[in-house]
Design a protein around this ligand. Structure first.
Ligand code: AMP
Length: 499
């Protein structure tokens, strides 16, 4: 039997008349429609020369057609390669040169600007409203399409990492990776056909494309498909939805609205957060205002999702919970790779059917990060507490080494965030003549304490070597589209502070 993700999805459809996707214009796409439309699109891809194993690169606005294109690519046995809508033609040229896709689909408004970057890939267009040369090509195609059989180990998608350092790498994800993770999440979150998801995430990233979309479609559930995050729409949709999946910024922004209370969230079953750390304060405030405990989970492009707070049981603020079914998590010494005892901070490593096949055409990078025994070295630092919950303390590259001492930013950020008048903070290491790196705090808040007040509040609470050498203030921290604080930008901006 074929392990093609679409075959498995199709075999599980019990009610073809059920709504799979509902759009802003109240259009309802049933599971039968989804099968027919992906069939037409898959026929179009094949007619346009896409063969099994070919990459189909896509930089388009969020739309139902873009989801159809994802599923059709997979049905055709090809490899879906979504690209951030913010990428410039120069960046696109890199991805296309690296992945050599047979086809590149872009927004009609950008076709001219991207013509050169598309190289030898066949260029087609798809707009936010679903129009474009690709849709035209699919229109008259038959809806029947024999999904190309694939093995669990065959590629379904190629997702480039955000690449905050060095070149962005293409993570090769197999049908088996995506299907196993979808099943693990459905089980962990008790997802059923009765669920209605508010889908407000971008679909060029693992969170919106795989977690949100696959979990919904594999459950026979439905999703309200919003082009982007919109506070008013979310409040409107919460009256009939059951689940919201968001990045932490969704939750901090909803908290700023007076509409947020137990009543407006009463119908909701589950609020899930991931892709960046959720502040413990946000978790507490959300619970106080709504009665719901946000369920935080942890994953990444290369591994899909790894850990989740429990559906039943304590959802502990500031932790990402326990390994998902079938996933193993260990913490190792970053220098030697030896497993550390419970409670100690080190490198988080992950093994399981969710872990990718390696980096596209980068065997050395793959060998450096994916051990022969199957464990992937995530680059995240963390510890497992005495009840088995995983705590993330930062990225490996965010670790500060000052005067030979290791400083984990999260520990200092937690202390600073607890001070009155502080909303959030980012602690970074900046080049320092004496210490190698100088611990530096960047603070955001409505009425933050002064530099001297911050330092005196931390004295006595933190070892001396951990104390910031300087405290800086900003209106907002720089974040990427997935809500991650871009510490690399802070390091660039303040790099000369200790010169
Ligand atoms: P990406 O590959 O873009 O999804 O980024 C993955 C990275 O996001 C991980 O390696 C973590 O550093 C971070 N991340 C994801 N979820 C969480 C979370 N719940 N808490 C803290 N960091 C997270």
């Amino acid at each position: 039997m074929s392990d093609n993700l679409f075959d498995i999805l199709a075999r599980g459809i019990t009610d073809p008349a059920a709504t799979a996707i509902e759009t802003l214009s109240a259009e309802r796409i049933t599971y039968a429609d989804l099968t027919a439309r992906t069939g037409r699109m898959a026929n179009a891809l094949v007619a346009l020369g896409v063969q099994p194993g070919d990459r189909v690169a896509v930089q388009v606005e969020k739309s139902v057609e873009a989801i159809i294109l994802y599923l059709a690519t997979v049905r055709a046995g090809a490899v879906f390669l979504p690209l951030n809508t913010g990428y410039t033609p120069t960046e696109i040229a890199y991805f296309i040169g690296d992945a050599t896709p047979a086809m590149f689909v872009c927004d009609p408004r950008r076709a001219e600007a991207l013509a050169e970057a598309s190289g030898t890939a066949r260029l087609l267009t798809l707009g936010a409203d679903g129009s474009g040369s690709l849709t035209d090509a699919a229109k008259d195609q038959p809806q029947d399409f024999a999904t190309v059989p694939r093995g669990a180990d065959d590629l379904a998608a190629l997702l480039y990492t955000s690449g905050t350092t060095g070149r962005s790498k293409g993570a090769m994800l197999t049908h088996g990776n995506l299907v196993s993770n979808t099943r693990a999440l459905i089980q962990a979150w008790e997802y059923t056909a009765r669920d209605v998801l508010i889908h407000a995430l971008p679909i060029f990233h693992t969170h919106g494309l795989f977690v949100a979309t696959n979990v919904t479609l594999f459950s026979g559930a439905s999703m309200i498909f919003l082009p982007k995050f919109d506070v008013d729409r979310i409040f409107e949709d919460m009256s009939r939805a059951t689940v919201l999946m968001g990045v932490p910024t969704f939750y901090t922004r909803l908290l700023q609205d007076d509409m947020l209370n137990a009543e407006t969230t009463a119908r909701m079953r589950l609020f899930i957060s991931g892709s960046a750390p959720l502040l413990a304060d946000t978790h507490r405030e959300w619970r106080a205002r709504t009665g719901h405990a946000i369920l935080e989970r942890y994953g990444m492009t290369e591994t899909n999702m790894n850990a989740s707070n429990p559906y039943h049981g304590d959802r502990v603020a500031g932790t990402v919970g326990m390994p998902l079914p079938g996933v193993e998590i260990i913490v190792t010494d970053p220098e030697t790779g030896a497993e550390l005892p419970q409670g100690e901070i080190g490198m988080i490593e992950v093994r399981g059917p969710n872990v990718f096949k390696g980096y596209w055409q980068m065997p050395e990078k793959t060998a450096a990060e994916l051990r022969e025994n199957g464990f992937f070295i995530t680059g995240d630092l963390g510890r497992i507490d005495d009840v088995g919950y995983l705590h993330i303390v930062g990225r490996g590259k965010d670790l500060i080494i000052t005067g030979g001492y290791n400083v984990y930013p999260k520990e200092i950020e937690t202390e600073i965030d607890a001070l009155p008048g502080v909303t959030e903070s980012a602690v970074i290491g900046l080049p320092h003549r004496d210490f190698g790196e100088g611990v530096t705090a960047v603070i955001v808040g409505p009425a933050p304490p002064s530099e001297a007040e911050v330092l005196s509040a931390l004295e006595g609470r933190l070892a001396k070597f951990k104390l910031p050498k300087r405290v800086l203030f900003m209106d907002v921290l720089p974040r990427n589209t997935m809500g991650k604080v871009q510490k690399n930008l802070l390091r660039d901006q303040f790099g000369g502070l200790y010169d």
